[in-house]
Design a protein around this ligand. Structure first.
Ligand SMILES: Cc1cc2nc3c(=O)[nH]c(=O)nc-3n(C[C@H](O)[C@H](O)[C@H](O)COP(=O)(O)OP(=O)(O)OC[C@H]3O[C@@H](n4cnc5c(N)ncnc54)[C@H](O)[C@@H]3O)c2cc1C
Length: 402
């Protein structure tokens, strides 16, 4: 039986932050695309997400910044504290420099701004090939369909099938894992607008208010093989996290004890090595990647999602310079379409490469510090301040208008 064949100008694989933001950025530029998502619904694993100034710039360019600000509290400071002593380090955050939003709010804000028919659920890409005649990508879905396209954008996260078609290896594993969740305080949490960083022995706890009733928190520890079993059961995740925070202040223990079990997740941390990003081509023909598919990074600097939003703006801006011709009524040859699309994707990847390299290196260095010796920490922190503009310099970046 002949397989069902379809055609779309631009196919985006994955309806996470990156895929939805890319589709929205393209739509804002008047360019049609379709997002293919293997899940049956939108997913927002991980409870909350910290969005720094650079991410807010991108959200504003996408036109959804204000609706998300209305659902989140501005954070003014980071309070660095230690479990075993009373020292506190206060790091001010620039005005509107940080807010934590619910992942579901972010995903919905992006998805609801798109026409419903532009996201197709239950559609898993299982293979990618290049048309031997036109050199355009052809994707094969798990249900046996074939989709021909002019441009293929992989926003399919870690283990991206598009990234592997570009020759990128799967992301590496750190020896760290993170538990994330919410705790809801119906009568108000009463916390000031600060992001708590609580450091212990091979333990890092973060707590950040989303609004006056909801707090997002995470607990980082070294990965243990029993986590593979723990992560399937929210009660086990909570109980083992309670064990981990037993020496923390009482309000932190209470926060974990009374968490929303349905919000809990336990994730092993992955990263794409910066040297790998530096050496590989991030586009091939009319195929490229964005978000975690390109640059999965340690969450210590809270930049994976923010950078995915930047990618979306830069990619749409670059494509729009060529696509207005491609999607116009004027008949143009496949060869011209291909040339223009390749120019746009090369411009996108070269604009992103340095930014991504710096952030990936920064997050890799910080990620490697977890549980490291004093000497290793000192060396890395010196490198850090010398070459990377301090801890938050990267958040002052604006990816520019669409
Ligand atoms: C513990 C942790 C904490 C974090 N904290 C922050 C933070 O505070 N701030 C921040 O900015 N970032 C943070 N990040 C990073 C951020 O979560 C990610 O960078 C971001 O979610 C990546 O989005 P994405 O769309 O690229 O990938 P994903 O969210 O992984 O989405 C990929 C989508 O593609 C779909 N898909 C995959 N393969 C296929 C296929 N073959 N066919 C069809 N669909 C497919 C998947 O189902 C999924 O929906 C954190 C990450 C972790 C792990």
């Amino acid at each position: 039986m002949r397989k069902q064949e379809e055609y779309e100008d631009i196919v985006i694989v994955g309806a996470g932050i990156s895929g939805l933001a890319t589709a929205l950025a393209l739509q804002r530029k008047g360019i049609r695309s379709i997002v293919l998502e293997r899940s049956e619904t939108l997913r927002a694993t991980g409870a909350g997400i910290s969005i720094y100034l650079n991410g807010w710039h991108a959200l504003d360019h996408l036109g959804v910044g204000n609706q998300l600000r209305a659902k989140s509290t501005p954070i003014n400071e980071i309070h660095g504290e230690w479990v075993y002593n009373d020292d506190t380090e206060v790091i001010p955050i620039s005005k509107e420099g940080l807010r934590c939003v619910k992942r579901s709010d972010l995903i919905e804000a992006l998805a609801n701004s798109l026409p419903a028919e532009s996201i197709r659920f239950g559609c898993q890409i299982v293979a990618i090939e290049t048309d031997p005649v036109t050199s355009f990508p052809i994707v094969h879905t798990a249900d046996g369909c074939i989709m021909r396209t002019k441009i293929l954008i992989g926003c399919d996260g870690s283990n991206s099938i598009v990234a592997s078609s570009l020759g990128l290896k799967p992301a590496n594993l750190f020896q760290t894992r993170e538990v994330r969740g919410y705790t809801s305080y119906p009568n108000g949490h009463g916390l000031s607008n600060h992001f708590l960083h609580l450091k212990g022995d091979k333990l890092f706890v973060g707590r950040i208010p989303v609004d006056e009733n909801l707090v997002f928190w995470f607990v980082d520890q070294e990965f243990h093989p029993k986590d593979l079993e723990t992560r399937r059961d929210p009660i086990l995740i909570r109980d083992r996290t309670l064990e981990a925070v037993k020496d923390c202040p009482k309000e932190v223990i209470e926060m974990v004890k009374h968490c929303d079990l349905s919000s809990l997740s336990l994730t092993r941390i992955r990263y794409r090595a910066p040297w790998h990003l530096a050496l590989k081509n991030l586009c091939k023909g009319t195929m490229t990647v964005a978000g975690d598919a390109m640059h999965q990074m340690d969450p210590s600097i809270g930049q994976g999602g923010c950078t995915a939003l930047e990618d979306a703006v830069v990619l749409a801006r670059s494509l729009s310079r060529e696509m207005s011709v491609i999607q116009s009524e004027r008949k143009i040859s496949d060869q011209e379409i291909q040339n223009r699309a390749e120019v746009a994707l090369r411009r996108y990847t070269s604009e992103r490469k340095w930014r991504i390299l710096i952030l990936s290196t920064k997050s890799f260095l910080i990620g490697s510090l977890f549980g490291a010796s004093w000497l290793k920490r000192f060396t890395f922190l010196t490198l850090f301040s010398t070459f990377f503009g301090g801890r938050f310099g990267h958040t002052q970046y604006n990816c520019g208008h669409l």
